[in-house]
Design a protein around this ligand. Structure first.
Ligand code: SF4
Length: 355
C-alpha cells in the first residue's frame, strides 16, 4: 500500500506501519458482514444485499447512526483476504447477487483487493459503494471498473455545520466533485434488472437533521444546479438521537484532531482507544488533541440534535424536493425513526428478533 492519500484528509500515512486520521492500518478490518434488507428497494430487493461494514471512519459525526462501529480506532475483526472472500461467497447465494461496502472511503485498497479476489474465484456480484460522500474525485475515478452502483450520502451544503457536527473540512466541495465523477461514469439513469435490482447507476442519499432544514434544502439546490434533478434521491427522515451522543459544550481538551503528522507533543488522552498494533507500532506518533472552539451559539445549535425530526421539518424538505424538480427516488415515513436502528452488538445488527 502506498502512503495513504485516499480521502480528502490526505494524511500521506504509511499504513503498513502507522495510521492516518481515520486510525486505520493496511489490514482488512470488518465490523459486520451480513445480509441487509433495509436499503432502498432496488438495492435490497426481497432477499437483501451482502453488506460489509468497515469500522472507524474518515468523518466523526456527533450523531452517527452507526456509532458503535464508526468511532475512531474501532477495530472490528481483522480477517485475511481468503477468510473475508470465503464468508462473502457463502452469503452471496442468499442475496440479490450484490455486495455493498459500507463506509469504504478509508478502506479503498482493501475493498479493491476483495473484489479482485472474488473475480479471480469466478464471482462477479454487483458492487455497491455505500459512502458518507467525503471522497476524493480521483479515488472515485480509480474505481470506475470496480464499482457498479454508487450509493453516496450528500450530508451538508453548509460547511461550517459539517465542521461543527462531523469534524470535517470542506465537505460540500469534495462531496460535489466526487458525485460529479460518479455521474460522469454511470449517468443519471438507474439501470435495473428484470427483478428491479440496481445493476448500474447512482442513488444519492440525504439524512434530514433536526433543526437544520436549511442545510437540507441547500443540499437539494446544489444537486439540482450542479448535477441533475433526474437523479434518484433517497430523502431520509429516520434520524434518531443515538444514545452515545454527548451534546454538552466541548471544553478544553475536546477531540478535534489535527491533520496527520500534527505537531507532536501532547499525547493521547486516557479515554482514547489504543492505536492498533501493526508491524512497527513503536513508530506511531501521538496525536496532539486541540480544544474545539466552544461557543454558546454552537452548543445551542447542537442541542437540536437531541430529538427526532418533526413532520413539519420533513415536509419543508419534501416541498423543496418537488420545487427543485426532483421526481425520482424515495421518501420515508416518519415511523422509520423507530425501524432503522442497528445494534452492532448482535451478529445481525438489523435483525430485530432476540438472538
Ligand atoms: S484519513 Fe485515512 S483514508 Fe483518509 S487519507 Fe488519512 S489515512 Fe488515508
Amino acid at each position: 500500500m502506498e502512503p495513504c492519500n485516499s480521502c480528502p484528509r490526505r494524511c500521506n500515512a504509511d499504513r503498513t506501519c502507522s495510521e492516518g486520521w481515520c486510525r486505520s492500518d493496511d489490514r482488512i478490518h470488518v465490523s459486520s458482514l451480513v445480509i441487509h434488507k433495509g436499503e432502498e428497494p432496488p438495492v435490497s430487493g426481497d432477499k437483501g444485499i451482502v453488506n460489509l461494514f468497515f469500522p472507524s471512519c474518515n468523518m466523526q459525526c456527533l450523531y452517527c447512526q452507526n456509532w458503535e462501529i464508526s468511532r475512531l480506532g474501532t477495530q472490528g475483526t481483522i480477517m485475511t483476504l481468503d477468510e473475508v472472500c470465503d464468508a462473502i461467497i457463502d452469503l452471496l447465494p442468499m442475496s440479490e447477487g450484490n455486495l455493498g461496502f459500507v463506509s469504504p472511503s478509508h478502506f479503498v485498497p482493501q475493498m479493491v483487493m476483495i473484489v479482485y479476489e472474488l473475480h479471480k474465484r469466478g464471482h462477479y456480484p454487483t458492487i455497491v459503494y455505500n459512502t458518507n460522500g467525503y471522497d476524493l474525485p480521483e479515488t472515485i475515478r480509480s474505481l470506475e471498473d470496480i464499482v457498479d452502483v454508487w450509493l453516496p450520502d450528500f450530508k451538508y451544503s453548509d460547511d461550517d455545520l459539517a465542521h461543527e457536527l462531523s469534524d470535517v473540512p470542506q465537505y460540500s466541495k469534495y462531496a460535489l466533485s466526487s458525485l460529479k465523477e460518479m455521474v460522469h461514469q454511470v449517468g443519471t439513469t438507474l439501470q435495473t434488472d428484470d427483478r428491479g435490482i440496481a445493476r448500474r447507476g447512482i442513488i444519492l442519499r440525504h439524512l434530514v437533521l433536526p433543526g437544520f432544514v436549511e442545510n437540507s434544502i441547500g443540499v437539494l439546490k446544489l444537486i439540482s444546479e450542479n448535477l441533475s434533478p433526474n437523479l434518484h434521491i433517497s430523502l431520509m427522515s429516520q434520524y434518531y438521537p443515538p444514545q452515545s451522543m454527548d451534546l454538552s459544550p466541548p471544553e478544553s481538551g475536546g477531540v478535534s484532531r489535527p491533520p496527520y503528522g500534527g505537531s507532536g507533543g501532547g499525547g493521547l488522552s486516557e479515554s482514547e482507544p489504543e492505536t492498533s498494533k501493526c508491524c512497527k507500532a513503536e513508530t506511531l506518533k501521538p496525536w496532539n488533541f486541540e480544544p474545539r472552539i466552544a461557543t454558546a451559539g454552537r452548543a445551542r445549535r447542537r442541542q437540536t440534535l437531541n430529538r427526532p425530526i418533526s413532520s413539519s421539518e420533513y415536509n419543508r424538505v419534501v416541498s423543496a424536493f418537488h420545487d427543485f424538480g426532483f421526481t425520482r427516488g424515495w421518501l420515508q415515513d416518519l415511523k422509520s425513526q423507530k425501524n432503522f436502528r442497528p445494534d452492532f452488538s448482535k451478529d445481525n445488527p438489523f435483525n430485530k428478533e432476540p438472538q
